[in-house]
Design a binder for this molecule. Structure first.
Ligand SMILES: Cc1cc2nc3c(=O)[nH]c(=O)nc-3n(C[C@H](O)[C@H](O)[C@H](O)COP(=O)(O)OP(=O)(O)OC[C@H]3O[C@@H](n4cnc5c(N)ncnc54)[C@H](O)[C@@H]3O)c2cc1C
Length: 394
């Protein structure tokens, strides 16, 4: 039977990022890494690389530079030069700008399909091998590792199994790892669209009584929409004609980018905050959406997981012990605990505060937005959280 040091279950954005972060160190140590993924690269549909875009924080760009793939990602990354945060029907608006924060950009918007391609192509086949298309159907704990059973009935043993199979991880459930699950009662409707006027590197986050919406700048003067609405409403909006849809969106968003002209395919994602109650066990780590699935409006999910990923790779490579050693895995958990708590808390608070049609909250958040614009330290704190620099030393 085949045995490797690391088996990464799920070759989505997070699984592929971990393989990349580990590969040089793994090569030096003679470790073998296997990535198991049901969807072949370049297949028409792959859950991590569908029509979605990801807002990469400035901190994630720095991590990509460390991984050596920023030069590949950059040609199709749209810089966010300014962020405009507003509340429909109220006067407050907060503006963040890259110039004021002293960075070249507040973040970058990249299509997931492009990110996926850059990550997959950067993997060294001498160290990282693929089992693809293949799915892990069963995980069994051994004395010294895990045994993976694949859908073709083959078995693979490893020192460390990394569960990066996404938010609806069936394997997490199979292993009896409890989750806390708080449904937001909303779905995110996502689509790419063409506005009437150039976005000039501006991202918009707009909070309305029906739910928040984000319009992020994309290359080729398109924008990526993430519009959060109650489930029924989101389904209704997804089924409207293009003209009727753009009409409703225009009403919610206003004319900051002129008359909205064209919208592409619309996709719906039901939203919940899901957190695994255990992230490490002997010979096992839960990573990415399988560990924590956040509300997308604050654009933090992958950015947080990328930080987790780099810290996990660094902790594993610094340890003299074999990769599945529990003390090493616990050190990783302890190193990322504060970042995870802050980032999950930030996304959840922002979503809940701005998602409720309560007049007192409305007044409070108007003050908050005005305050954010008027009080530089508050704005700076918000900007650092959004840029993924929140927990790092100044
Ligand atoms: C609408 C929306 C917008 C978002 N926008 C942002 C943003 O702007 N910025 C940001 O930082 N984050 C954003 N996120 C979050 C981000 O998309 C996720 O954090 C990220 O995709 C998580 O990646 P993952 O690899 O953990 O999971 P996934 O992307 O779900 O990948 C899991 C992989 O595991 C594979 N798999 C599943 N089961 C098995 C199995 N049994 N065996 C083997 N493989 C398996 C799947 O095929 C898949 O490839 C957004 C999320 C949504 C829903």
């Amino acid at each position: 039977m085949d045995r490797v040091q690391l088996a990464i279950i799920g070759g989505g954005l997070v699984g592929a990022s971990l393989a990349l972060a580990l590969q040089d160190g793994a090569k030096a140590r003679g470790w073998r890494i296997v990535l198991v993924e049901p969807f072949a690269p370049g297949a028409a549909y792959q859950p991590s690389y569908d029509a979605r875009s990801t807002a990469l924080s400035y901190g994630s760009r720095q991590l990509y530079e460390r991984l050596g793939i920023w030069p590949q990602v950059a040609p199709r990354a749209q810089a966010i030069e300014r962020i405009h945060v507003s509340d429909r029907g109220r006067i407050g608006a907060a503006r963040l700008s890259a110039g004021q924060e002293g960075v070249p950009a507040l973040g970058y918007v990249v299509e997931n399909a492009w990110l996926g391609q850059c990550l997959w192509q950067a993997l060294d086949p001498e160290v990282v091998s693929w089992r693809c298309p293949a799915e892990v159907v069963r995980l069994e704990a051994l004395e010294d590792g895990y045994r993976l059973q694949l859908d073709d009935h083959s078995l693979l043993d490893c020192d460390l199994a990394v569960l990066a199979d996404g938010g609806r991880s069936g394997l997490r459930e199979q292993l009896g790892i409890a989750v806390s699950h708080a449904a937001y009662g909303q779905s995110a409707l996502i689509a790419n669209l063409t506005p009437g006027e150039a976005h000039r590197g501006q991202a918009f986050e707009r909070f309305t009584d029906e739910g928040p919406l984000a319009l992020l700048p994309l290359l080729d003067d398109r924008c990526a929409l993430v519009w959060t609405r109650a489930h029924g409403d989101a389904t209704r909006l997804a089924g409207l004609s293009e003209q009727a849809f753009l009409g409703e969106l225009q009403q919610a968003f206003g004319y900051r980018l002129g008359a909205l002209r064209h919208v592409g395919a619309r996709h719906l994602y039901p939203l919940a905050l899901i957190e695994a109650q255990e992230q490490v066990r002997p010979h096992l780590v839960v990573l990415g959406n399988a560990a924590h699935t956040l509300h997308p409006i604050a654009g933090q999910g992958y950015n947080l997981s990328l930080r987790d990923t780099l810290v996990l790779a660094e902790t594993l490579l610094q340890s003299a012990a074999a990769p599945g050693d529990l003390a090493t895995l616990q050190r990783y958990g302890a190193r990322q605990l504060r970042d995870q708590q802050l980032t999950v808390g930030f996304s959840d608070q922002v979503t809940r505060l701005f998602g409720r049609p309560d007049p007192w909250l409305a007044a409070g958040r108007t003050l908050g937005l005005l305050g954010l614009d008027l009080i530089p330290p508050a704005k700076r704190w918000f900007a650092r959280q959004a840029m993924g620099l929140g927990t790092r030393p100044e």
